[in-house]
Design a protein around this ligand. Structure first.
Ligand SMILES: Cc1ncc(COP(=O)(O)O)c(C=O)c1O
Length: 458
């Protein structure tokens, strides 16, 4: 890449590059931030600033930047066989080995994988596979997939429809036979009236009510993220998922766990369903499978579904050019081996996750914070106007964006979802680096509080 000044990069970017989930006009006027390199948990921008990446890229760089084993795996595979497809009765050693390894690290009901290029493509696969399953079983009327408001399942037509983001539905519409129930977000929907565990059961009961309303014989599957990530790191009550499982079992409904964020150690187990105690029939993965070094996604297909599809025979009319891309698979193998070698899942469960939880419990004492939640290496801080009553700010004030601005200005990537500040840092952090991140968060909360007071928003 040739050397340019920041303003030259920004001008070229504004001239030619349309960014995801972005107001093109506003960004062109402001100028984007240009990230030029990274190492371990730190990014560098074109101005030379060092930034602690509290979001692991986009929830994906779980092993941190600059891991030589992943770079070597990609290089070797690029030299040996940069591409071959898995259509037409062919495959590659890298795809086979990754399939074997995924069967080893996922819960025991999973022995098969269908590869895709991203989380969104994985969820498109889910829709087609779930419907194919019920067709093969002679129940083609079982088409409806139930999801939740404020869920995020990607941005393709099926991903956006499965997701519960009203802004996306408003622009792209929702595919037929996908419906949504309310999310298990205690702070938003339960804090006025119920204990956390009571609320978990109540939120799960919304699924049963919806199944009964539609008719169980028409419901194909329920899909959910174990912890809603993009929705604001919403950690459900412990009572929620076991009750969801009970309801789905009772009505014969397939359970789909979207593990695109929660997979590969993020919650302190290999997969979020293990942390929350449920047994999905299908699992979407992406991001952490390669630590984001190269795109790869897919679906783990549990025995309940795989046995029917395999034994019945007949072609599954679905697939992507890059399903099982050998370079992506080689990187995934190196990444998973590294997670195993470094015992990162155990570290998150036993050391890093509990430490982050303690730090967030201390941050919860801050006058701006109405609720702090963590799960493994994910955390959320809910900004409130009044700590005692937990009254929230008027959303038009965009206090979360004010806080995010301070984070950017002080060398920390932390994301704002409304007034919920969230992190999902790399799983390779040291305790000292967690302290560094938490120190920066505290500083930015103090700066935000000063702004709130100065502007008379309190
Ligand atoms: C839970 C979940 N599912 C699916 C996706 C979509 O993945 P991708 O952006 O790789 O298509 C995301 C992305 O953030 C996600 O968080």
């Amino acid at each position: 890449m040739r050397q340019r000044t920041t303003s030259e990069w920004q001008a070229a970017d504004a001239a030619h590059h349309l960014h995801p989930f972005t107001d093109f006009k506003a960004l062109a006027a402001k100028g984007t931030r240009v990230i030029t390199s990274a190492d371990n948990i730190y990014l560098r921008d074109s101005e030379g600033h060092k930034i602690l990446d509290g979001m692991s890229g986009l929830w994906c760089v779980n092993v941190g930047y600059g891991q030589q084993a992943l770079i070597d795996a990609a290089t070797a595979q690029l030299k040996q066989l940069p591409f071959y497809n898995s259509f037409f009765q062919t495959t590659t050693p890298a795809a086979i080995e990754l399939a074997e390894l995924l069967a080893e690290v996922t819960p025991p009901q999973f022995r098969h994988v269908f590869f895709a290029g991203s989380g969104s493509e994985g969820n498109d696969t889910i829709v087609r596979m779930v419907r194919r399953y019920w067709d093969v079983l002679g129940q083609p009327q079982r088409k409806v997939i139930i999801s939740r408001n404020n869920a995020y399942h990607g941005s393709t037509m099926a991903g956006g429809s499965l997701g519960g983001m009203s802004g996306m539905h408003a622009q792209g519409g929702v595919m037929p036979d996908i419906v949504h129930i309310e999310q298990p977000f205690w702070f938003e929907h339960g804090r006025a009236s119920a204990s956390v565990d009571e609320f978990g059961l109540k939120a799960a009961s919304w699924l049963e009510a919806k199944i009964v309303e539609i008719g169980a014989d028409k419901v194909a599957a329920f899909i959910g993220e174990p912890v809603q990530g993009a929705g604001g790191v919403i950690v459900p009550p412990a009572s929620y998922w076991p009750e969801i499982q009970r309801i789905c079992d009772k009505h014969g409904v397939l359970v789909v766990s979207d593990e695109v964020i929660t997979g590969f150690g993020r919650t302190g187990q290999w997969f979020g369903c293990e942390t929350f105690g449920f047994k999905p029939d299908l699992m979407t993965f992406a991001k952490g499978v390669t630590s984001g070094y190269i795109p790869l996604g897919g679906v783990m297909v549990g025995d309940r579904v795989a046995n029917v599809l395999i034994e019945q025979g007949g072609e599954f009319n679905h697939g992507y050019t890059y399903s099982g891309h050998p370079v992506a698979c080689a990187v995934a193998i190196a990444n998973i081996r590294l997670i195993q070698r470094e015992k990162l899942v155990d570290r998150v469960r036993e050391e890093l996750g509990p430490y982050l939880a303690t730090c967030f419990a201390e941050l919860a004492e801050h006058p701006l914070i109405g609720e702090a939640q963590t799960c493994g290496m994910m955390g959320a801080l809910q900004l409130v106007k009044n700590k005692a009553t937990r009254a929230v700010f008027d959303s038009s004030l965009e206090v979360g964006m004010v806080c995010r601005g301070h984070c950017f200005g002080n060398g920390l990537i932390m994301r704002a979802v409304g007034d919920r500040m969230i992190v999902a840092p790399p799983l390779v952090m040291t305790i000292a680096q967690v302290d560094e991140m938490v120190g920066l968060i505290r500083k930015c909360l103090d700066l935000t509080l000063a702004d709130v007071k100065q502007r008379g928003w309190d």
